[in-house]
Design a protein around this ligand. Structure first.
Ligand code: NAP
Ligand code: GLV
Length: 306
């Protein structure tokens, strides 16, 4: 079996070594233009040329959860596209989002500013019931985030394409229930895949429906959010602020207002990192299952584009 590795921005050697150990007998090499045809590919944001040459692939294994970059390319029609299925990401996402919610709810930035100014100050505690958290996307990551938030006793809601049954989480589904979901939320967490249906989903008309004092946590993709609309709603006082991990252009350009904007906290696309060893073990298992004709979790539905 031949495996080709084409992960832009990723140091290949440890991946090659890990894949060779996990799949003894497989030939695993970094892709180069003109390379021999492979059976499977391990990829992250590969160029179109890669697929133009590797037309016989059976499996395309993405070393992230989001496949939006792949969906923009023309892929070999027979190949199965498989994404990472948690692989250590859901716990990271839960800690990042809970941190963001709690930091905002407990006004920790304001306390820090007071301490820096030498002030010993108290603020009136906020009521949890007044901070309903809505999670957009209740898949592998969103479900873990929503469930973890219930442990802190926030009212938690989730929105997805199909209705879910989750302890302590009020589920909304589909376009018909989107408005009700937004109106019931004050903190909005985005964990949707980026698809033609979800691009620009956080814009003036949708974010205006959030309860006054709303707070945005975007950990999915930058193109879900219309940046200028977020700024306008913070300026108008409708939204209190945002914590953003993903941006339309990454690295975030130096001149972008988010770098310095009051009440916007940014991090460099780090909320849930790919954990190499867990991912290699998962991909190796999936390759074995695919080759044995067994079902594989995390298969991308090309019609839904996630
Ligand atoms: P997933 O398991 O595929 O879950 C996607 C969820 O979104 C599902 O609940 C799905 O509904 C829902 N959804 C999709 N399209 C929808 C629509 N049009 N309307 C309503 N709901 C819709 O994905 P995941 O593994 O949780 O990952 C989610 C995203 O997180 C990834 O696509 C990626 O962009 C992002 N991510 C970011 C980082 C980071 O470091 N910032 C790391 C990893 C992933 P159904 O359940 O009904 O299908
Ligand atoms: C990271 O953004 C991922 O999709 O895994």
């Amino acid at each position: 079996m031949r495996i080709t590795f084409c992960c832009i921005g990723t140091k290949p050697e440890p991946w090659l070594a890990g894949l060779r150990t996990a799949l003894p007998g497989a030939e695993v090499e970094v892709w180069q233009a003109g390379a021999a045809a492979a059976d499977h590919a391990v990829v992250w944001t590969p160029p179109q040329q890669f697929f133009d040459e590797q037309t016989g692939l059976r499996g395309i294994f993405n070393i992230g959860a989001g496949v939006d970059a792949l969906m923009k390319l023309k892929l070999p029609s027979q190949a199965m596209v498989v994404r990472l299925d948690d692989a250590g990401m859901s716990v990271q996402m839960a800690e990042y989002v809970c941190h963001a919610v709690i930091r905002h709810f407990r006004e920790l930035d304001a306390y820090e500013a007071d301490v820096r100014a030498g002030r010993w100050s108290y603020r009136k505690p906020s009521e949890r019931a007044e901070f309903p958290v809505g999670v957009m996307g209740l898949g592998v990551l969103g479900a873990r985030v929503a469930q973890t938030l219930t442990q802190f006793e926030f009212p938690v809601m989730g929105w997805s394409r199909s209705l879910k049954v989750m302890d302590g989480v009020r589920s909304f589904a589909g376009d018909a229930q989107f408005r009700d979901f937004l109106q019931a939320s004050r903190v909005l967490v985005n964990l949707l895949p980026l698809t033609p249906q979800t691009e620009n989903i956080m814009r003036l008309e949708t974010l205006s429906l959030l309860q006054r004092g709303g707070y945005i946590i975007n950990v999915a993709r930058g193109a879900h959010l219309v940046d200028a609309d977020l700024v306008a709603l913070i300026d108008s006082g409708h939204l209190a602020g945002a914590m953003l991990d993903v941006f339309r252009s990454e690295p975030l350009p130096v001149e972008h207002p988010f770098w310095q904007y009051p009440n916007i906290t940014i991090t460099p696309h780090t909320s849930a990192r790919t954990m190499r060893d867990l991912s290699i073990a998962q991909i190796a298992q999936k390759i074995r299952s695919l080759d044995a004709g067994k079902p594989v979790a995390g298969m991308v539905d090309m019609q839904r584009a996630y």
